[in-house]
Design a protein around this ligand. Structure first.
Ligand SMILES: Cc1cc2nc3c(=O)[nH]c(=O)nc-3n(C[C@H](O)[C@H](O)[C@H](O)COP(=O)(O)OP(=O)(O)OC[C@H]3O[C@@H](n4cnc5c(N)ncnc54)[C@H](O)[C@@H]3O)c2cc1C
Length: 424
């Protein structure tokens, strides 16, 4: 497709924006645009936030992961893949890999040392701003209590695992986070809740947790509407072009026009962009969780049981255990063995939970180089995008929204490393 270098759309008092997708990225962006002067409509087929089919924005582990500076497209990840394989007891699985050969080839290229270094430097900058941006957003939502700044813990059950894990984290780039050995009293507080002996742990600082994801979703929606934004319940079926402009068409056949159209539809963004001839090679990188409404887990920060690749987070609505990196299509049915494995981990650890847990699975939207796509289209004057946030969508929602609002207001925002044209 021929490319143009267009002037940025700058909002006037009557400029309209359409944000497609009401996950955490879409809601945060819609609020930032509305507050930035755009008359914004947020379109999503389903605004429910606490159900089996909810998007990963509300099914995730709640961790503001400022420490995850190193992109998962890395030589180290490639080397460790065999021992992380689901068939050998690990969390990594590939469903129908032959259907994703293009993505795999692109991922392998992104694992080269030079691409990894470039990705690390780009993520480092974004993550450094993620927690400050969350503080601003939590204040703007009038809900500072939603952001719990008590770090997170990583622990191990075996001495060799603890030695290896500590060495890996000490050698890793963890950006603005820091970590130290978990003090004895905290290790004991954790140990007394578990049926297995722990060999050690580390405590991270300058990471955080969102205390309650459904409340976050509701607060974002309420703030958006209070600022004058309009929610619209519909599924965008496709995007269509009129010369250098784009409009959306819903499943019901309704045409939606706007001066700015921002695509934030998670893994479904791939098909929307493809309709315009734009390449967004997203894969559904699915995770699973179990959540128990009744439990006696204390008010600890999120705890990663690294030998089990599982994170346990206490939310206002219950105790959640999450895991798995399952590459698949967005519509591939769930694999119930993964919930059984989570249940087994919970039983072996002796997590103090009662009753039957609620199972959930959902797809992280992941591009081959594990960097998000944030920017404006060079082909269409009114098209912008914010998707592909992989494991970091919650972490990066607030900073992504600030940057998108800056960009769309015509102000400088250094988003070059996240330009989708890297896959053109
Ligand atoms: C198990 C698990 C644990 C995770 N833990 C963490 C964590 O601790 N910290 C962290 O930072 N990240 C975490 N993540 C990743 C994070 O959840 C995602 O990166 C994030 O949800 C992406 O948000 P999103 O808004 O881009 O996409 P989504 O959450 O997928 O939302 C997309 C929205 O777009 C809507 N939509 C889709 N198609 C259309 C259409 N055609 N028309 C209109 N609307 C549409 C959907 O209904 C949905 O509301 C985790 C993910 C999983 C699966």
């Amino acid at each position: 497709m021929r490319r143009f270098h267009n002037a940025p759309p700058v909002p006037s008092s009557s400029s309209t924006a359409l944000v497609i997708g009401g996950g955490v990225i879409g809601r945060a962006c819609a609020l930032a645009l509305q507050r930035g002067g755009w008359r914004t409509t947020l379109v999503d087929p389903e605004f429910a936030v606490d159900a089996a089919g909810m998007p990963p924005s509300w099914g995730n582990a709640g961790h503001i992961a400022t420490e995850q500076v190193e992109p998962l497209a890395s030589p180290a990840m490639l080397r460790s893949a065999p021992r992380r394989w689901h068939g050998f007891g690990g969390a990594l699985d590939f469903r129908q890999p032959w259907r994703h050969a293009g993505w795999i080839a692109s991922y392998l290229r992104a694992c080269s040392p030079s691409r990894f270094e470039a990705g690390r430097s780009a993520l480092r900058g974004l993550l450094a701003e993620s927690l400050p941006a969350w503080r601003r957003l939590a204040q703007a939502l009038d809900a500072p209590e939603l952001l719990k700044e008590q770090g997170h813990w990583v622990c191990w059950e075996s001495e060799p695992g603890a030695r290896r894990g500590r060495a890996v984290w000490r050698g890793a780039d963890i950006g603005t986070a820091s970590c130290t050995d978990l003090p004895d009293d905290q290790l004991t507080a954790l140990q007394t809740r578990l049926a297995v002996p722990l060999a050690g742990g580390i405590a991270f600082e300058n990471t955080a947790q969102i205390a309650d994801l459904p409340t976050l979703a509701l607060r974002l929606a309420a703030a958006f509407e209070r600022a004058g934004g309009r929610p619209h319940r519909a599924r965008v079926q496709t995007l269509m072009r009129d010369g250098r402009r784009v409009h959306a068409v819903t499943e019901a056949g309704e045409r939606l026009d706007a001066d700015l159209i921002l695509v934030c539809a998670g893994v479904r963004s791939r098909a929307l962009m493809a309709a315009l001839g734009l390449r967004a090679p997203l894969i559904a990188e699915r995770g699973y969780h179990l959540q128990w409404a009744a439990h006696d887990w204390p008010a600890l920060p999120p705890v990663v049981f690294e030998d089990r690749s599982m994170i346990v987070t206490r939310f206002a609505g219950g105790l959640r255990a999450a895991s798995f990196v399952e590459y698949a299509g967005p519509d591939t049915p769930a694999d119930p063995r993964k919930w059984a494995r989570l249940q087994q981990h919970a039983a072996e650890l002796g997590l103090p939970v009662q009753g039957a847990p609620r199972p959930w699975f959902g797809a992280r939207p992941t591009l081959p180089d594990y960097l998000p796509a944030l920017g404006r289209s060079a082909c269409f004057d009114n098209l912008a995008y914010a998707f592909g946030h992989q494991h970091l969508g919650l972490t990066l929602a607030a900073v992504s929204a600030e940057l998108i609002a800056e960009l769309c207001a015509g102000r400088a925002a250094n988003l070059a490393p996240f330009d989708l044209d890297r896959f053109a």
